[in-house]
Write a new protein. Structure first.
Length: 79
C-alpha cells in the first residue's frame, strides 16, 4: 500500500501541474500549484486510494512524499 500511495500521489502532482519531472520531495506550491489545483489533486488521489483526505493536509504536507506518508499513516490507523 505504501508504495502505491506514494506512486499515485507523485503521479497526480505531475498530472495536475503538467510537469513530468517532479521529484517526490518538491513542494507543490513552489512548483506553481494553486489552491484550485490542490483541490483537484485531492479529489483524484481520494478516488485512486479509496480514502477521504482532508484538503488541509495538502496545504500542510506540501510534497508528494509527505502527503503520501500522511495518507498511509491515516489508512493504517483506520484499519
Amino acid at each position: 500500500m505504501n508504495t502505491d500511495v506514494h506512486s499515485v500521489t507523485l503521479s497526480v502532482y505531475r498530472e495536475v501541474l503538467g510537469r513530468p519531472e517532479i521529484a517526490p520531495d518538491e513542494d507543490f506550491f513552489d512548483l506553481g500549484g494553486d489552491s484550485m489545483q490542490a483541490i483537484e489533486a485531492v479529489s483524484i488521489i481520494e478516488e485512486a486510494v479509496g480514502e477521504k483526505i482532508p484538503v488541509a493536509w495538502f496545504f500542510t504536507y506540501r510534497t508528494a512524499a509527505e502527503l503520501a506518508d500522511m495518507i498511509t499513516g491515516s489508512v493504517s490507523q483506520s484499519r
